[in-house]
Ligand binder design. Sequence first.
Ligand code: NAD
Ligand code: MG
Length: 400
Amino acid sequence: MSFQHVCVLGATGSIGISTLDVIARHPERMAVYAVSGHTRMELLAQQARDSAARVVLVPDEAARSRFLAAWQGGVLPEIRVGAQALADTAADPQVTTVMAAIIGAAGLPSALAAARAGKRVLLANKEALVAAGRIFMQAVQEGGAQLMPIDSEHSAIYQCLAGELPAEPGQPVAALRRLLVTASGGPFRSRSLAELDEVTPEQACAHPNWSMGRKISVDSATMLNKGLEVIEAHWLFSVPVEQIDVVVHPQSVIHSMVEYIDGSVMAQLGQPDMRTAIAYGLGFPERLYSGVGLLDLATMGRLDFEQPDFVRFPCLRLAYDALRSSQAACVTLNAANEIAVDRFLERQIGYTQIPAVIEHCLDRLNGRASQALEALEGVLELDSETRSLALDYCRVSARI
Ligand code: NAD
Ligand code: MG
């Protein structure tokens, strides 16, 4: 494999930090070309210095000033400002590889630009596929990009499909019977509906197995994250919704499974550490050392499995319904959830109101379900319409 120049979008986040950790272990194979951050400019300055990034991406002039104030000396990287710079840098001819690890639909334009420019795209930003699956997969195909899933479940499925994947992305795997996407069940796996009413952001963010950003941690608690992952799997592997099942597996050791028509089931196991999936995406088709330690099954003792509960976790049902319904419903699901989670983290709405916000938006925008979303503009328009609707709803039902 030739030397990789990596643009790390969302470097200051949980996935970004793990990505820089893996890259730093392989200076003979890869280097950081650019890092982006939306907040935490001190951390970004530190990362840019440590990785000797040539370009730094910041959201606005105020952030640029904070970055400069935090800069500790050494060769100052080029600073590019604004959202357009993210997409432009992802498509920069000097970049071979893009880690798309911005959170939420905000990461869609830059991930899409990387796909169109034919990069190796390490896709952590699942919201890009949820909101614009068809557009994104088409861009991958037309741009000749190499798409590597970074979500642990999808990396697991990719690894279990090795040897069976069609040469052309977007084509189905002939011998596949179903995908078994595992879910930890999050911190509230065994809580009753009544107990969920008073849940705080701190409790929702305390995931039993994985350490992640706050938004995805709440998504894991509501299991909306698993719903997004079902939609993500549908697009990544061209699998119809009827062939994608979720199985709750509290230990998070099996990261997902693939069942073939002959009855054979392949599973990928490992520690709950995203560096495994990141190293796989960076190194493919080779395997790279990731820094992840040994998996000690004997100490663990047992692996458990159970059915997901669609009553206690209505967000999972809403996501399945959206996927069955339309692309527009998926856009609305995602945007409404982003607002609802943000409002919950700001203590403006209660935990059990998150699915209510999503359901309200899906109901109100139901008429748009048949709308064809063939271009990014249509997706972004519906996304912002949903956000306004969700914000209004949250304001009315706010607790304080
Ligand atoms: P995070 O909140 O820790 O980091 C998000 C990054 O995006 C930060 O660098 C932040 O500065 C940047 N950002 C936020 N808003 C932005 C905006 N409007 N414009 C530009 N940049 C912005 O999130 P994370 O947990 O690292 O997750 C990143 C992505 O990876 C998400 O899509 C998430 O679903 C996915 N993912 C994360 C994990 C995990 O273990 N953390 C696992 C699987 C998938
Ligand atoms: Mg995941």
